[in-house]
Ligand binder design. Structure first.
Ligand code: NAD
Length: 438
C-alpha cells in the first residue's frame, strides 16, 4: 500500500519504518529539514534500539523515503497517517491540537482523490469529528474517510511493540475501510495481535483510558511504597504478591519516582479535561494526576533529608536523566525538575546518561556531563540512580568507594537488593518503599 506519515518523531518514524519493512511504500514527512536530511543519510535523530538498521534496510530497498513536501507526498499516497505532537496546551491541561489541525487544513485544501486520513497521534474524543468538519468545509465531501488508529508502542521497545502489539485498534465507521486496515495489519495480526474494530470515538477513548489506567497502576504502587516506608515492609514483596494475581498483573507495578515521559502526564490531564468538558468528572484520574505531582516533591524532600538539609555546595550525581531506560526522551522526566531545584539551592550536579549529554542541562553552569560512570561518581556527596538503564544494575561499588571513601546512594528504581549493602559500612543505601539497608 502507499502510505504517508506526517510527523517523523518517536511514533511516526517507527511506525512508518515498520510499515515499510512489511512491504509497503512509505513516505515519512516532516517540517524539520535537518531531521530529514539526517534520516536520508541513515542517521537516526532519536535513540531507539534497532531503528537505524531498519531505516537503512528499507531506504536501500526503495520502500522508504523522507520528504518535506507534504502536498506531493499526500497525493502520492492512499493512506495518510497524522503522527504529529499533541502536547499539553497553555492552559496546562488540555491537549494542544494545533499541529493536528494545521496538517488537516493543508490536507483539506490539497487532496485530489479519495484518501484515508488516520489519526495516529493521541487525540481527545471527538477530534476525528472535527477533522471531518474541516474537510467538509473545504468542500472535500466524500473524498476522504477519517479513521482513528491509536499507537501503543513504548519508547525503547518501539519496534517490538509495533510489530508484536497486544492489539491493533481501528476506529472507523466504514466497513470497506476496516477491510483495508485488516489487510494493512494482516502480517501483525497473523503473528497474534488482536484486531479491535470499533467506532472512531471509542478508539480515541481507548488510547486515553489505557494510558490513564497504566498511570494509575504506577501511582498506586508508589502510594503503597510510601506506606511501606512507614511500616517497615518491602514494597517489592508487595508488588510481587499482588502482581502474581492474573487479574492484576505484575507490569507497571514497580515503585519509583513520579511517572514522566511524553505520554502519561499529558494524556492523563487531557483525559481529565475531556471528563470535565462532558460534565463527567474523572475523580480517579484527577487523583492520580495530583498524587503524581505530590510524588515529585516527596522524592525531593527525601533527598533533602538524606543530605540533612545541607544542600549548598553538595555534589549530587545522577545516573540517568531520561524518564525511562532505552530512550533519549527527556519530556517530563522527573530528573529535570529535581536538577533545576537543586541548582537553585546551590548544589552542583554531575550526571552520566547512556543516551548522551543533554542540551537542556548543559546550559546550566553547575551541571557537568560525564561519559563515564566512575568519573561522574568521583567525590560526590550523593548518587541518585534515577533511570533503570541496564548498565546501572551491576555497578562496581569498590571502584566508586575508592573515589569517595564513603558513599550515599538513593536508588529510585530499586535496582539492588538492599540486603546486599548490610555489611558494607561505607555505603548507605536508600531505595523506594523499603527499610534502609534491610
Ligand atoms: P514527536 O514530537 O517526537 O514528533 C512529532 C513530529 O511531528 C516532529 O518531528 C515534528 O517536527 C513533526 N511535525 C509537527 N508539525 C508538522 C507539520 N505541520 N508537518 C510535518 N511534520 C510536523 O512526537 P511523538 O512522541 O512521536 O508523538 C506523536 C504523537 O503520538 C503524540 O500525539 C503522542 O501522544 C503519540 N504517542 C507517542 C508515543 C511515544 O512513546 N512517544 C506513544 C504512543 C503515542
Amino acid at each position: 500500500m502507499k502510505i504517508c506519515f506526517i510527523g517523523t518523531g518517536y511514533v511516526g518514524l517507527v511506525s512508518g519504518v515498520c510499515f515499510s519493512d512489511l512491504g509497503n511504500n512509505v513516505i515519512c514527512v516532516d517540517k524539520d529539514k535537518d531531521k530529514l536530511s539526517r534520516l536520508e543519510n541513515g542517521d537516526i535523530p532519536i535513540f531507539e534500539p534497532g531503528l537505524s538498521e531498519l531505516v537503512k534496510k528499507n531506504l536501500s530497498a526503495g520502500r522508504l523515503s523522507f520528504s518535506d513536501d507534504l502536498i506531493s507526498s499526500i497525493n502520492r499516497s492512499d493512506i495518510i497517517f497524522i503522527a504529529v505532537g499533541t502536547p499539553t496546551a497553555k492552559d496546562g491541561i488540555s491537549a494542544d491540537l494545533s499541529q493536528v489541525f494545521s496538517v488537516t487544513q493543508l490536507i483539506s485544501k490539497k487532496i485530489k482523490s479519495h484518501k484515508i486520513i488516520v489519526t495516529k497521534s493521541t487525540v481527545p474524543i471527538g477530534t476525528g469529528d472535527k477533522i471531518e468538519k474541516i474537510l467538509n468545509k473545504n468542500k472535500k465531501k466524500g473524498n476522504f474517510t477519517i479513521v482513528s488508529n491509536p499507537e501503543f508502542l513504548r519508547e525503547g521497545e518501539a519496534i517490538k511493540d509495533f510489530k508484536y502489539p497486544d492489539r491493533v485498534v481501528i476506529g472507523a465507521n466504514d466497513k470497506k475501510v476496516i477491510k483495508i486496515f485488516n489487510e494493512l495489519y494482516r502480517p501483525i495480526v497473523n503473528k497474534g495481535a488482536a484486531f479491535v474494530s470499533c467506532s472512531r470515538r471509542a478508539a480515541e477513548l481507548i488510547k486515553y483510558a489505557s494510558n490513564a489506567f497504566l498511570a494509575t497502576k504506577i501511582s498506586f504502587i508508589n502510594e503503597i511504597a510510601n506506606l511501606c516506608e512507614k511500616v517497615n515492609v518491602n514494597v517489592d514483596d508487595v508488588a510481587l504478591g499482588i502482581g502474581l494475581d492474573k487479574r492484576i498483573g505484575s507490569r507497571f507495578l514497580r515503585a519509583g519516582p513520579a511517572y514522566g515521559g511524553s505520554c502519561f502526564p499529558k494524556d492523563t490531564k487531557a483525559l481529565a479535561k475531556v471528563g470535565k468538558n462532558y460534565n463527567s468528572p474523572l475523580s480517579i484520574v484527577n487523583s492520580v494526576i495530583n498524587f503524581n505531582e505530590k510524588r515529585k516533591s516527596y522524592i525531593e524532600k527525601n533527598i533533602y533529608k538524606i543530605l540533612q538539609n545541607k544542600i549548598k555546595n553538595k555534589v549530587i550525581c545522577f545516573l540517568g536523566v531520561t524518564f525511562k531506560a532505552n530512550t533519549d526522551d527527556l519530556r517530563d522526566s522527573s530528573a529535570i525538575n529535581l536538577i533545576s531545584n537543586f541548582i537553585k539551592k546551590g548544589a552542583k550536579i554531575n550526571y552520566y546518561e547512556p543516551s548522551g549529554a543533554k542540551e537542556i542541562l548543559d546550559k546550566h553552569k553547575n551541571v557537568s556531563y560525564f561519559d563515564d560512570i566512575y568519573l561522574a561518581t568521583q567525590k560526590v556527596d550523593l548518587i541518585i540512580i534515577h533511570t533503570e538503564w541496564d548498565e546501572f544494575k551491576n555497578l562496581n561499588f569498590s571502584k566508586i568507594i575508592n573515589n569517595n571513601k564513603k558513599i550515599i546512594i538513593y536508588d529510585l528504581r530499586n535496582l539492588y537488593d538492599s540486603k546486599y549493602f548490610n555489611n558494607k559500612n561505607n555505603i548507605t543505601y536508600y531505595s523506594i518503599g523499603r527499610p534502609v539497608n534491610a
